[in-house]
Design a protein around this ligand. Structure first.
Ligand SMILES: Nc1nc2c(ncn2[C@@H]2O[C@H](COP(=O)(O)OP(=O)(O)OP(=O)(O)O)[C@@H](O)[C@H]2O)c(=O)[nH]1
Length: 212
């Protein structure tokens, strides 16, 4: 097994405003066993597809220049199949849910994981990208592209169909889209906090006037 980068102990910090200031984005990869979570992570980090991966639950970091800005991307590749902890859910700024197009059970697992996420995180606080992996195995396909797209549409998620085995570019697009979504979410939160502040000050002024 190849360990692409050394896990950075600092990246275990929970997602906070601080991440935004530091230019960091925490991404949690979830999905059933064997769907290709590690293959996608390794492809993104090293541009390579190795084939077999050891048991390595870790947080990996990589610096990327996106739209002219240096971003530190921390990726937590969850290794226990469908099980993820509350700590992982709170740590993430964005989540990538992976299924295997040849494994219908892994697609159903994504539905369950979406419910789990929605119980723990508001949609406005944590964007989700659904990834259908192993598109090179068309002859063994059990989940159509339409089904994946429909699920993503109804759950307000982005959708990609990729092959970690075949191309680097498709995988790169997934991670870059995830980073874009996190940044959009942060910008939206910031502007709505600004509006809330204005409303609070106005009600303070007008409330005071009424009281006088
Ligand atoms: N054909 C094909 N095989 C793939 C692809 N991605 C991953 N695999 C294979 O699928 C198997 C599982 O890949 P992993 O990346 O270990 O899957 P995982 O989701 O991390 O698995 P767990 O950590 O055990 O939950 C390996 O044998 C990979 O070589 C792909 O795009 N196409």
């Amino acid at each position: 097994a190849v360990v692409p980068t050394k896990p950075d102990k600092h990246t275990h910090r929970p997602a906070m405003e601080g991440n935004q200031q530091r230019g960091e984005v925490n991404i949690l990869l979830m999905g059933a066993h064997n769907v290709g979570k590690t293959a996608l992570t390794v492809r993104f980090l090293t541009r390579r597809f190795i084939g077999e991966y050891g048991d390595m639950e870790s947080v990996y970091s990589r610096m990327e220049r996106i739209h002219g800005q240096e971003i530190c991307i921390n990726i937590w590749d969850s290794q226990k199949g469908c099980w993820v902890s509350e700590k992982q859910l709170q740590w993430a700024d964005g989540m990538i849910l992976v299924y295997d197009i040849c494994d219908r059970g892994s697609f159903e697992a994504v539905r369950q994981q979406l419910q789990l996420i929605r119980r723990s995180r508001k949609p406005a606080s944590c964007p989700v990208v659904i990834v259908a992996n192993k598109r090179d195995l068309q002859h063994r396909r059990r989940v159509s592209g339409e089904e994946g797209r429909l699920l993503a549409l109804t759950q307000c998620c982005c959708f990609f169909e990729v092959s970690a085995a075949e191309t680097y570019h498709g995988v790169l697009l997934v991670f870059h889209r995830m980073v874009d979504l996190v940044r959009e979410t942060r910008a939206l939160r910031k502007s709505s906090a600004g509006v809330r502040g204005i409303v609070r000050s106005m009600s303070a002024v007008f409330g005071k006037k009424r009281a006088e």
